[in-house]
Design a protein around this ligand. Structure first.
Ligand SMILES: Nc1ncnc2c1ncn2[C@@H]1O[C@H](COP(=O)(O)OP(=O)(O)OP(=O)(O)O)[C@@H](O)[C@H]1O
Length: 337
């Protein structure tokens, strides 16, 4: 789905890691588009390649240990062709990143004001006074009630939620077009999670940014995202609007993920458990449907030999034709919560 507001086009991207001298793909043939004014969620179990995709976009891999191919067209520049100095012009300026663990992303020895100012010193020509005012403005924008006090504090003096707000302030300091948020609320309790997601939504609306939100929490996706890409074993297996993915999920993996999600109104406490595990990189099947071993009751002939993406309605794509015949058998994989 391409519109004039596309500004990030990921085309056929593969990232392979060197393990014992051999390269193994962690993400394979990724195609994705991000638009201004939207939150695209990337979901999937641990080990599906979500963070690898984020760090590939951000150019955070050591080239001597990683092989990356494809194209990441960001506003007309192929990010994958940039050297470190070239990337540094984008990171922090046009692309902001929010990580799961705010404590390790902050320098324990520097005051909050200095850490937020640093990114502006690097990417803008603002004077010291302008930067000071912008720091206070940013802290207010991310919902910190006493910006002056917080600006003067060190990371260890702040709660986890406050630290994550500071990380968001750093990520948005230069008004980036793209924000990549990797599990931004995982380490926080539920109330704080909701507040941080509100901040992200507000920023996205005000700055017209596009946000890639990486999470394994489907509740967060339902509340926050506009579009969703579901990843399994390094591939995108389904992509669509949040309504399409939640109301008419097609791929057996998407349906399994949704069925394994606790429902507030679930009457009988039954939780579906997806049998087996995401394969390790060395054991990744190179042909056939990568999810097939976890749904052994589906006949081999119902899977494609080389599963491709199929558009089933505008904006809604699913990998492999097995979705057409997939159903959950009565007795498989269901356990009492
Ligand atoms: N530097 C690395 N070297 C070797 N293998 C790696 C490296 N980084 C990630 N992997 C492997 O790549 C696969 C994808 O990992 P990745 O962290 O991208 O998944 P994820 O979906 O983000 O998981 P999580 O939700 O746990 O962060 C996993 O099998 C992981 O073990």
């Amino acid at each position: 789905m391409e519109t004039t507001s596309d500004f990030l086009n990921i085309k056929d991207v593969n990232t392979a890691f060197k393990i014992n001298g051999k390269y193994y793909d962690a993400i394979s043939h990724i195609n994705l588009t991000v638009h201004h004014d939207e939150i695209l969620a990337i979901v999937g179990e641990s080990g599906c390649g979500k963070s690898t995709l984020a760090t590939t976009i951000m150019g955070l891999h050591d080239p001597s240990e990683t092989k990356i191919s494809g194209e990441i067209d960001f506003e007309g520049t192929d990010l994958l062709k940039l050297d470190e100095a070239g990337y540094n012009k984008f990171r922090g300026a046009k692309i902001g990143m929010i990580f799961q663990d705010p404590l390790s992303a902050l320098n324990p020895l520097k005051r909050i004001e200095d850490q937020i100012s640093e990114v502006m010193t690097y990417h803008t020509k603002l004077t010291a006074e302008q930067k000071h005012n912008r720091v206070l403005e940013l802290l207010k924008e991310v919902g910190i009630v006493d910006p002056k006090r917080t600006a003067h504090q060190f990371p260890h003096q702040l709660s986890g939620g406050m630290r994550q707000r500071v990380i968001i302030a750093i990520a948005i300091a230069c008004k980036p077009d793209l924000i990549i948020a990797d599990e931004p609320t995982t380490a926080l309790d539920v109330t704080i999670q909701a507040q941080i997601l509100d901040v992200l939504r507000k920023i996205q609306a005000e700055n017209h940014a596009g946000i890639i939100l990486i999470t394994h929490d489907l509740g967060v996706v339902a509340e926050t995202a506009d579009r969703v890409a579901v990843m399994y074993a390094g591939q995108i297996v389904e992509e669509g609007s949040v309504e399409q993915i939640f109301n008419t999920p097609k791929h057996p993996y998407t349906r399994s993920l949704l069925r394994s999600m606790p429902q507030r109104d679930n009457q009988n406490d039954d939780l579906y458990v997806i049998q087996g595990n995401v394969p390790s990189l060395q054991k990744m099947p190179q042909i056939g449907d990568r999810f097939a071993p976890r749904i052994p009751w589906v006949k081999p002939e119902e899977h494609e030999k080389n599963p491709t993406m199929h558009e089933i309605e505008p904006g809604h794509e699913v990998r492999c034709t097995c979705y057409k015949s997939f159903s959950f058998p009565d007795q498989v994989g269901s356990v009492k919560a």
